[in-house]
Design a protein around this ligand. Structure first.
Ligand code: FUB
Length: 318
């Protein structure tokens, strides 16, 4: 229970969350939003064995309603989509000494050669990469400098062009990094995961559903899917391709404006034979564009491989 500055009691939201001695939290999801004891955004899902890991941005409770206040990233795991464990914080923005913006924007964790790599946006300071032997961290800056900066974002001149990294490891084990704001960029990563391998390419996604940010790549039945935030306020769109470098065919929208949040941010994975779609909205009682909450929904495909509009799929969690 919390109080307002004037002594009145804040609206109580049942959280179903219990804090453990080590600071970790056990909670039971009860519909959307998934987590109600903390504001979360920019979820990036990762499946390892029978566990679904969710790495999320963290909108702080005292964030103003016109600016992000994000300084660390959160790690959640589940084996049944109902019981979740929030691990102690494994990475915060202070790990990146060069990130004078001090802003912990969207990130994505990938595994290679027995190590875990957490790629993060820091707004105008660029994209960093942190490494750990354990998925829960602690993570430390892997290279002591940004992996990508605005200089790597040809054709963009705004300060927040170099954000929103997503990693895709193809069936032949080639790792790719995809990122950007207004322009979508892609490059191969070297086997060490800390260097760009070759040229950076810009993806042409057309003008009908303009790319804003938050790219996410997944593959199904040999086809590549690029899901991303479209326009402003953002909606969710996607494109399909036979080749990750393109050409990409824009397929339109699968989800609308995320309620009272002007951003949306996709993550799509297959977990235990079920395709899952994560994004965020501002649906907690005190939520808005800068106090967001991760939501999880079912994702289904039509027979031709196109994605069904999210609202038309049955609800995943009761
Ligand atoms: O969370 C900060 C920024 O908002 C992310 O980097 C964008 O994708 C948008 O969700």
């Amino acid at each position: 229970m919390e109080f307002n500055a004037d002594g009145t009691i804040k609206l109580v939201t049942p959280t179903n969350a219990v804090t453990n001695k080590d600071g970790s939290i056990d909670l039971i999801a009860n519909g959307n939003p998934l987590f109600r004891h903390v504001h979360t955004a920019d979820a990036a899902a990762y499946v390892e064995g029978d566990t679904l890991w969710l790495f999320a941005g963290h909108d702080e409770d005292d964030a103003p309603n016109n600016e992000y206040k994000m300084t660390d990233w959160l790690t959640f795991s589940t084996t049944d989509l109902k019981h979740w464990h929030q691990h102690p914080v494994g990475l915060d923005i202070s790990a990146f000494k060069w990130a004078t913006s001090k802003q912990a924007f969207a990130g994505h964790v990938a595994k290679r050669n027995g190590k875990y790599y957490w790629y993060v946006s820091t707004n105008w300071c660029g994209i960093g990469v942190a490494v750990s032997d354990k998925i829960t961290g602690p993570y430390k800056d892997a290279i002591g400098k940004p992996l990508l900066t605005n200089k790597d974002c040809r054709g963009s001149s705004h300060s927040w062009a170099c954000i929103d990294p997503a990693i895709f490891i193809d069936d032949d084990n080639t790792p790719y990094i995809i990122w950007g704001n207004r322009q979508c960029y892609i490059a191969k990563l070297k086997d060490n995961m800390t260097e760009i391998d070759g040229e950076i390419h810009q993806l042409d996604l057309g003008n009908d559903f303009p790319f804003t940010e938050a790219p996410w790549v997944h593959k199904r039945d040999g086809k590549y899917y690029l899901t991303y935030a479209v326009s402003w306020p953002e909606r969710m769109g996607y494109a399909i391709s036979d080749n990750i470098m393109g050409p990409w065919k824009p397929m339109g929208l699968i989800d609308g404006i995320a309620g009272n949040s002007n951003t949306t941010h996709p993550s799509i994975v297959k977990f235990k034979d079920q395709w899952l779609y994560f994004t965020h909205d501002g649906s907690l009682h005190d939520g808005h564009s800068y106090k967001r909450s991760v939501v999880m929904k079912n994702l289904e495909y039509n027979a031709d491989g196109s994605i069904k509009p999210i609202d038309s799929t049955p609800s995943l969690i009761k």
